[in-house]
Design a protein around this ligand. Sequence first.
Ligand SMILES: *Cc1c(COP(=O)(O)O)cnc(C)c1O
Length: 370
Amino acid sequence: MNIYQELGLQRIINASGRMTALGVSVSAKETAESLKEASQQFVDISALMDAAGERIASYTGGEDACPTTGAAAGIAIAVAGCIAKGSIDITLRLPDSEGLPNEVIIQKGHCINFGAPVTQMIALGGGKPVEVGFANFTHENNLVETINENTAAIMYVKSHHCIQKGMLSLEKMIEIAKEANVPIIVDAAAEEDLEKYISNGADLVTYSGSKAIEGPVSGFITGRADLIASCKLQYNGIGRPMKIGKEGIIGLLTALDIYINKDIESIREEELKTLELIKNNIESIDGIHCSIEKDQAGRDIHRLRISIDQKKTGMNIYQLIDALTTGEISIRTRNHLANLGMIEIDPRPLLEGDAEEIINKFKRIFNHNE
Ligand SMILES: *Cc1c(COP(=O)(O)O)cnc(C)c1O
């Protein structure tokens, strides 16, 4: 019985991805142990923030870094940092930014909801989101002509949630931002590459520590030293209700260390084997079709796609989802293609023994005995 089942909750098998609704990711044993150890000692927090920032920056190529509770806090704090520009007076009155340069320009196709709206996180930091372009298209001049003396920053969101066509590229936006001498903030919450956006010339980049990095609830902002100093200052203001504790910071550092040294290729190979195991065991069920598909956004991730023949099984895809999620063990698949009659199994979040549980559950649902 796991610690959540002791509370009367279902055991969750996450076959859907890094979902905040399911606890995002699980930590490696070393990360969990470092969290525990950090929670049992005192430390000078400001010195810890500085030391952690230095360590994080060594992984990103940024001049410095500021730990956060996540990428959402990273957006709010980065915006506040760009508005305050190191001023304690401004820091103490944000998110009230009246009379100050506070406009944060963002392309319409980037105004996503990742679980909360990006524009709301901008407002939380005292920014006034100014949307440019159209849902499916931005012209260079839409951005150029919107920059004025009230512009505090330009925001670029790198996410599969964003419109992927017709948007200005990050390179173009950085070029325009540099020309206008306005800082550019990149939300790279779930991205795997920790150096790319800094090396492209972004001023601040924010990451989630619990997504690709698989750390505890945490995150960071990395980039220009003067702006990072202003971000750290925000913990005396709007950052306070988003404070990251000593445990979170240490857990993040341990997770980063593991992440940097990870052999992604062999992990991907293992994941493919897991998918093949599930496929080989459930495709013999009459009316079930399985295929292994590559990620649609072009990443090197494979997923098992499953569809069912309603005539043969007497069940439609929604009834299958329902059957998978109910009971003591709840299997959560990727369901955004359900309207097309398909569900997917993402191998990345599967824990030891999960693949066997999935196979058993399919056999039970379809009364399949061999
Ligand atoms: C997940 C996500 C966030 C929020 O990250 P947290 O670490 O959960 O705060 C922000 N932006 C994008 C694009 C995301 O995918």
